[in-house]
Every structure is written in C-alpha cells, then in structure tokens.
Design a protein around this ligand. Sequence first.
Ligand code: SIN
Length: 325
Amino acid sequence: MQSLSSDRVVLVATGGTIAGTAARPQDHVGYTAGALGADDLVAAVPALQGLPLEAHTLARLDSCDMDHATWHALARCLAGHLARPEVAGVVVTHGTDTLEETAYFLHRTLRATKPVVLTAAMRPATAASPDGPQNLLDAVTLARRGTAAGGEQPQGVLVVLGGQVLAGAEVRKVHGYRVDAFACGDAGPIAVLEDGVLRRFRAWPAPPAVRADVLERDPATWPAVDIVTSHAGARGAVVDALVAAGARGLVIAGTGNGSVHRLVLDAARRAEAQGVRVWRASRCVLGGVVGSPPGALPSAGPLTPAQARVELLLDLLAAGSAASA
Ligand code: SIN
C-alpha cells in the first residue's frame, strides 16, 4: 500500500560509473558505464531495503554522452515527482563527468522546494571497494532528511559525494580519479554527512529565478551553444567553423581571468557581427572572471565554462520566446 505521508523518495537513474560494471574487481577504469539499472543500485545497499523508495531507470548513459533531450526528459520527470505530496525528495544517479552540468541545468529549471539530490561514483559497482553504495545511501538520507524527527528539510539542487553535501549551482569535478572528486571551490561544502548525521555549515541554496518554461520547449529546437578553449597557438578557425555549423552562442573558456587569444577574439567579433552571442569564462580550475574592462567580451562572471554554456542557452531561449511573443 502506498504511504500517505511525505516520506517517499524517488530515485531516477541515468547511468554513469555508479551503475558501471568491469571485468575484474581491481578495474577502476575500462568498465562499462550505465550497465545497471535503478533496481540494481538499490539492491546493493542493504540499508535502503524497506524504505519508501521508488526506483526508475531513465537512461543508461556514460555521462560524457549526456544530451539536451535527456536533460529535458529528466527535468520533466523530476518536476512531476516533486509535485507529488507523498514525495519528500528525489535522488538522481549520474555519471561524474558531466554531473556539474546537469546539476546546474536542474538548478536553473526546477522549482526545488524539496531536495533534488544528485549522486555518482568514481568506481564501478563491481569494484572491490565501490563508493557508489555509500554515496547512494547518503543521497537518500539527505532526500528524506525532512521526514526524520527534528530533521530540517533541505531544499535546492544538491550533490552528495564522498560524504560532502555540495550546492548544485557551484559544484565542479576537480579530480579525474579520486573518490572525493568534487568541490565547490571557495564556497566549500554546505554540509557533511557522517554516519548518516548531517553537519551543516551554511544555508541551503536560495531558490533562483527558475526557468521552468524551458521544459515546455522541444529540446530539438534549442539553439546550439558551444564552448571554445583559448590556449597557446589557438586558431580562430574553430570559432568560424562553429558559426558556419549553426552555433547561436559561444562560450570562450579563456585563460586566467577570462583573457582570449587575439585570433580567437577576432573570430569572436566576426561571430558577434553575425548575431552570435559570445561570452568569456575562465578555464582555471577555481574562480571565475572578475571585472569587465571596456571593450571586453561579455563576462560569465563566476560561472564555469560549462555552467555559462547552460546560462547562455537559457538566455537565448528567453530571447527567442520574447522575439516570437
Ligand atoms: C560517466 O560520467 O558516466 C562516467 C564516469 C563516471 O561516472 O565517473
């Protein structure tokens, strides 16, 4: 019988290493991501058995192949579950490689008055010591936090990995192999989960001005927005080629504080002259772009290039809606 209290958690699996299988327990690379479904992930965590938990498999992607159609389907699926009164929160299992992009997209498109908790793993499910089961348990614990006696209700899009609770709007993957692969830079974690006990250091994320309208638009019609990296020996031809291929927006992952190679900058100006929106971000691991000198390309501010790409996409969609209204 379905529980009538608001204590249900909905798990939506999208693939990733957390659902990956390898030939041997010692293999942490060279596995197949997304081989397992949501039920398999739940079955691997004894502490989840008996909890009011629904498990759905939405995709089985290696997240390096994440696409707009899956984002659209995921966000709509989550919005539907969040609207159910019996649901306390939702958990998304995801690959680590583009988790920060999906987290930012969900942060900007979902009214997350209940917790939307993303989790992942750096080791496949078949590893001798997989990190996925603990991460999943922590994610469900956080999503159900408001149902515990005296438990405060988290809100917003959150990421749980390696015992850290990170803001979906700020999180970055900062290591390619270690199990504590994510960080929020200068902001630090919101909280940590220690043996199921939450120790919170700062406020839950304030809800942003959410662009839920985007979810009404067919993702096949979303404008193309690409990222170009500026580097020693960079060529403007990359920018020209993307514009010729239909890019409506470009984010330049600039050096340092968002500086851009002169040849890329010349090409960016040509792109702007054709109506393409071009922003500059920083390719540095930490920090963003500070200040906006006269004549510089528009700055993405604190956003990473990947986050700026989402923000520019949303901006172009809004401009498109305004133009067609
Ligand atoms: C992926 O992103 O799907 C594979 C890598 C990972 O999850 O760590």
